[in-house]
Design a protein around this ligand. Sequence first.
Ligand code: ADP
Ligand code: MG
Length: 363
Amino acid sequence: MSEVLIEGVSKRFGRTEVIHGIDLRIKEGELTVLLGPSGCGKSTLLRMIAGLEDISEGVIRIGGEEVNDLEPVERGCAMVFQNYALYPHQTVRRNMAFPLKMARLPRAEIARRVAATAKLLQLEELLDRLPRDLSGGQRQRVAMGRAMIREPKIFLFDEPLSNLDAELRVRMRLEISRLQRELLATMVFVTHDQVEAMTLAHRIVIMRAGLIEQVGTPLEVYRRPANRFVAGFIGSPAMNFIDVREVRADATGSQLTLGDGSTLVAGALPAETASVGIRPEHIRIGLAERASLSFAAGQHRSIGAEHLGDRSYRYLSLPFGELTMLAPEEQVIDETEPLAISFDPARLHCFAHDGRRLERAAA
Ligand SMILES: Nc1ncnc2c1ncn2[C@@H]1O[C@H](COP(=O)(O)OP(=O)(O)O)[C@@H](O)[C@H]1O
Ligand SMILES: [Mg+2]
């Protein structure tokens, strides 16, 4: 049993509290990603699970057992860090065997586990090499092997891919996913990279300033962000936010008055909507969709474009603020011509003054 239960956990460094009483259930056999901006407390939380930091308040249970007072080695967790420290003068085989030697396992058992782990990580050919004769990705795999070889109940990863180049990062991501599935392991993976979180996680825990903002599957947090912070953090380029001055219900739905006084008709939205969000990929140029905004020549200005090849992100300055949209590469936006943009009102996210998500009544 390797479910991790975090109950009312706080962390103080001296007088500064950096984790403020959080509750979280990390399910057995799942890959859970702790995601949030730098300094929000991800590493601290992970280190408290591992036993590398004291718990100032609250309880952490692993497999039902309270572990607050257990030493790291007694908790059955293995930690993989960003900097994979291997012993430079030892072969891959000896690097991997090291934790088992420390634990005084019989030699035959050590050999069996090294062979099994090397097979799983495709390191068999490399067992007699020294770390300096390995690529970055191979070293990372050896470091993982050294963590896995103890057959931990739980794998803890603290930004293990941040130092790798883009291509290798994608490969290692696939590798970690594969391992997780093969071992049916419980994994907790810390990152500040939302793409990494979206692609790896069964469940994402989004943190900010020592608190949890939302827990959900990647699609849940993408489709139904609990608040503006999550909405802006998940998705790249970020969701557009438009301030709303007033929502007035009429026969056809709601009429929104935007910050600059312009109006938009968009389904039935909650009266307390203070801002709406729309993702760049959900905006169309032209009037194809139900909700639309029109701008005269001179009212819209291009402030940049990012070309992806087949599509490009267009950054526009509009009367109510800036807007990012994803458009076909061949789409021309001419500042000397009028411009219309439109979207399906169902794609709008509504937020209250305090940033909370507001649910719309079913259509
Ligand atoms: N040993 C420490 N002593 C004092 N403050 C710390 C210590 N470790 C972390 N912090 C502070 O705790 C907060 C959370 O840090 P951390 O968990 O490393 O964030 P993250 O991993 O999300 O970037 C930060 O404000 C950081 O400065
Ligand atoms: Mg960190």
